[in-house]
Design a binder for this molecule. Structure first.
Ligand SMILES: [Zn+2]
Ligand SMILES: [Zn+2]
Length: 271
């Protein structure tokens, strides 16, 4: 969009027209993510219920009688893809949805700016609402990216071979770190990550201690040696209080019941 030397309301019409295809694209991307990320049905349901289907209509009603639909498809508010249809993996569809949400957030911010400049009250209302709606969806989708990678790795029977203390006992922290970084990248500098209590365990590495002890994906690690642990940094620190070969006590929740395990610190990066 070039910066015009003068502003008029007609420019806002064309800005709004330009956003209509983006709304249709968002609906398609959401459907495609919902089809491919089957393991995350519940989480995507939250996104899909929050993804406002009335946005396109709000744009059309702003345009009013000036709106002339382009020939061909208008707004597809989302027939799901046919069952059994080939679909790309969640690690492709979720980033696409994420990129479109970011694009929509920025586009409506620009539209809001134009509306403010021209004192275009109806557009100001629409642009502000749509911008906040889409920016609110960035977080839940970013939260899904790392678990989607983990699920695809597990489905393809690939596993982490990181040599850090956690991954060495089968308690991979790599995905959790990736997820934390993806979400942290979206935070304002004055916001903080709230990791919540405990650490959600991914499928332990084959042959690792946790696998031998029948720890499963979805178990929640609560403490090491009596100290609560909530994130990767705390867990690595707790393990590194021991020399290689020393044991420690883990407390975790498995199928709703508390379990206590003894594991040995077996490995760390070569120094
Ligand atoms: Zn590691
Ligand atoms: Zn790992």
């Amino acid at each position: 969009m070039s910066a015009p030397s003068s502003f008029c309301l007609a420019d806002n019409n064309s800005r709004v027209q330009e956003l209509l295809p983006l709304e249709a694209q968002l609906q398609r991307a959401l459907n495609s993510a919902a089809t491919s990320a089957r393991s995350f049905t519940e989480e995507l349901l939250i996104v899909s219920e929050a993804l406002p289907r009335e946005h396109a209509n709000a744009l059309i009603s702003y345009l009013g009688e000036r709106y002339l639909p382009a020939s061909g498809a208008l707004i597809n508010t989302g027939a799901p893809a046919a069952a059994g249809e080939a679909h790309p993996g969640a690690t492709r569809t979720l980033p696409e949805l994420f990129a479109l949400l970011s694009h929509a957030t920025m586009s409506y911010a620009a539209l809001l700016e134009a509306a403010l400049r021209l004192f275009d009250l109806p557009l100001r209302e629409v642009a502000w609402k749509h911008q906040t709606d889409y920016s609110a969806l960035l977080y839940p989708v970013a939260d899904l990216l790392a678990p989607a990678v983990a699920a695809e790795l597990a489905n393809n029977r690939w596993e982490c071979h990181c040599e850090c203390p956690m991954c060495s006992i089968g308690l991979c922290g790599c995905i959790a770190v990736g997820q934390m970084e993806a979400v942290a990248a979206l935070l304002r500098p004055d916001q903080e990550l709230d990791s919540g209590p405990g650490f959600l365990i991914q499928q332990p590495r084959r042959g690792s201690q946790l696998t031998e002890l029948h720890v499963a994906a979805g178990d929640m690690l609560l403490s090491i040696d009596g100290e609560s642990v909530n994130d990767v940094a705390q867990i690595q620190t707790a393990i590194r209080k021991h020399d290689i070969g020393q044991t420690m006590q883990l407390v975790l929740i498995h199928n709703g019941a508390q379990r206590e395990l003894t594991v040995t610190h077996v490995h760390d990066y070569q120094s």
